[in-house]
Design a protein around this ligand. Structure first.
Ligand code: PMP
Length: 397
């Protein structure tokens, strides 16, 4: 039971311990509630109390929108985890990495008044759909959505003669939906590459080396699980690009919420204080949960002929844990193997499992995504439905 909880739709009662039979499993969203038990155990150390008179000003006493102390704590977190080189980077706060998507595209696009053709924003499929939806929503003279990296032909990559401006490529690593560590598909033929490293934390992947690209996005939503606080940050090497991204956030929302920055300071301090502290280490905790979930799901699915999961390379060395480790992806990228199961999302829906169709990621309807990030209750219901689905195949024989 989870006292004070908001019950999953399959559970009822004051502590959500009454389970409804045959309930549909909802594995759609990437809501990171798997970390709620961690913060329940660290409730006092992570609590932040804000009096009514506190933090009322738009800015700090130094007329800043960003808390310097929070910047320092974020640098400490990256150094302790070893997942990003921060020494030569500027940091820009935003309302979740969702806001950073357009802030960075804007910052990296050429000035429309200078007569340059609009930048084209691209990503390799399957890709996180917000890159497309955000770009299309803000579509201005400076940039347009250019499609997948496969669609932009070699001929038009370098030149503006090929029907457009320079290419801005989003690279999600590890990728959402298929959890693979990715590199840029366009390489040096892209005008700029934005690395989205939302999942580059030891919960979800081994850390081969600190990330050191020119433009990197991070969010608190996935490492700490505080998705509702809406806090993300970019690490940017070039000073001018950083200034432009900061200007975007200031014009848009007058700087990231100071309440959120205050809460994040408490959260990041608690994370840093417990690094490598056994069970109190949020990364050890998160890795154990994600690894156990992947291992249970992949064991069940390995008995199926109708569905399969993405391959995850085993025994990868992690510089954070200083040992080889098992896979622990945030998402399962499901493939329907039977000719007749063309729409994998619909097929699983008939088995009472809600997933997110691969069409959203331009990955095709034969694929669909299962989120492994939700609460223990959600995952338990998911495993019940998947197990029933696989057992039903045997009965068909
Ligand atoms: N990038 C990726 C790859 C994501 O999966 C998500 C959340 N699902 C985001 C960015 C946005 O996260 P947020 O706005 O909560 O920081």
């Amino acid at each position: 039971g989870r006292p004070g909880c908001e019950c999953n739709t399959c559970f009822r009662g004051p502590d959500c311990s009454l389970r409804l039979p045959n309930c549909t499993a909802d594995a759609d969203s990437g809501n990171p509630l798997f970390l709620e038990p961690y913060w329940r155990r660290h409730a006092a150390a992570s609590a932040v109390v804000v009096s009514g008179w506190h933090r009322m000003s738009y800015t700090t006493t130094d007329s800043m929108f960003q808390s310097v102390e929070l910047e320092q704590q974020i640098y400490r977190l990256h150094r302790a985890v070893g997942n990003a080189v921060v020494d030569d980077k500027h940091v820009v706060f935003a309302a979740g990495s969702m806001q950073l998507i357009n802030a960075l595209v804007y910052a990296l696009s050429p000035d429309a008044n200078a007569g340059s053709p609009p930048a084209r924003v691209v990503a390799a499929s399957p890709y996180y759909p917000a890159y497309r939806t955000q770009t299309e929503m803000f579509d201005g003279r400076e940039y347009v959505w250019g499609g997948t990296t496969a669609q932009v032909g070699n001929a038009s990559r370098n030149s503006t003669a090929g029907g457009g401006g320079g290419l801005i490529e989003f690279v999600t690593s590890p990728n959402n939906p298929d959890a693979q560590l990715r590199e840029s598909a366009l390489g040096s033929s892209a005008a700029a590459v934005i690395y989205d490293r939302a999942y580059y934390w030891p919960h979800f992947t081994h850390i081969p080396a600190p990330a050191d690209e020119d433009v990197i996005m991070f969010t608190m939503s996935k490492p700490s699980g505080h998705a509702g606080s809406r806090f993300g940050w970019a690490l940017i090497r070039d000073e001018k690009v950083a200034a432009k991204a900061l200007a975007y956030v200031q014009n848009n929302i007058m700087g990231a919420s100071r309440d959120t920055q205050l809460r994040m300071l408490g959260i990041v301090k608690a994370m840093v204080a417990n690094i490598h502290a056994g069970k109190d280490d949020i990364f050890a905790f998160g890795y154990d949960v994600m690894r156990a979930r992947w291992s249970r799901l992949s064991a069940a699915v390995s008995r199926s002929r109708r569905i399969s999961l993405q391959e995850m390379a085993p025994d990868q060395y992690c510089t954070y844990f200083k040992r080889v480790r098992d896979p622990s992806p945030a998402y399962a990228w499901v493939k329907c193997e039977m000719e007749e199961d063309e729409d994998c999302h619909d097929m699983l829906l008939k088995a009472n499992i809600i997933t997110r169709t691969g069409v959203t990621y331009e990955g095709g309807s034969r694929y669909t995504r299962i989120s492994l990030l939700k609460s223990d209750d959600d995952f338990d219901v998911l495993m019940d439905r998947v197990t029933e689905f696989v057992n039903a195949e045997k009965d068909d024989d």
